[in-house]
Design a binder for this molecule. Structure first.
Ligand code: CUA
Length: 161
C-alpha cells in the first residue's frame, strides 16, 4: 500500500494556518518593539494587611531619589487611588511603584504605554518619561466592583519643576 500522503486541500489549510500564526507572532513582536510593550519583570511582595495597618513601610506619594529620578508610590483600593492627584516634572524619569490593598485593580495611564495589573500581595513597577506637559488620566482598567468606573487619578505633568 502506498503511503497515505497529505491531500492537497489539507496541505493548503496547513499552509494557511502557518501564515496566520506567523502574522500574529509578527504583530506581537512589532507591537513590543514599536510601543515598548513588555511583561512585568519586577518581583517584590508586600503584605496587604500591613499596608492597611500602616506597618508595611509603604508610603504613597511622590519622592525624588538621589539620582534625580522621581518615584511615585501608589496604593489602589476599592475604589480610589492613593494619592488621588500628583504633580510630577516633564522630561524626567519617573518610576511608578504600585500595589493593591484589597482586590485586583488596573493601572492604565491613558495615552501612554504605562499599563499594569495590581495584584494584592505584589508590588508592580514601571518607569517612563512624560515629555509633554499636561494632565494625564490614570484609570483602573480591571473590573473591581460596583464603583470601578469611578476609580481614577489625575497626573499633572509640569515643565521646570
Ligand atoms: Cu479598581 Cu476597577
Amino acid at each position: 500500500m502506498k503511503g497515505a500522503g497529505v491531500h492537497p486541500y489539507e496541505k493548503f489549510w496547513i499552509a494557511v494556518a502557518f501564515v496566520f500564526v506567523a502574522t500574529f507572532v509578527t504583530v506581537i513582536l512589532v507591537a513590543a518593539a514599536k510601543q515598548a510593550t513588555g511583561v512585568p519583570d519586577h518581583m517584590e511582595m508586600i503584605d496587604p494587611a500591613a499596608i492597611l495597618a500602616g506597618t508595611a513601610g509603604w508610603n504613597p506619594g511622590v519622592t525624588t531619589l538621589p539620582d534625580g529620578t522621581v518615584q511615585v508610590t501608589v496604593t489602589a483600593r476599592t475604589w480610589s487611588f492613593l494619592p488621588d492627584k500628583i504633580v510630577i516634572p516633564a522630561g524626567k524619569k519617573v518610576i511608578f511603584r504600585a500595589t493593591s490593598s484589597d482586590v485586583i485593580h488596573g493601572f492604565d495611564i491613558v495615552g501612554t504605554n504605562v499599563n499594569m495589573e495590581l495584584v494584592p500581595g505584589y508590588v508592580n513597577q514601571v518607569s517612563t518619561v512624560f515629555n509633554a506637559p499636561g494632565d494625564y488620566l490614570l484609570l483602573c482598567d480591571e473590573y473591581c466592583g460596583i464603583e470601578h468606573h469611578t476609580m481614577s487619578m489625575v497626573i499633572t505633568v509640569k515643565e521646570g519643576i
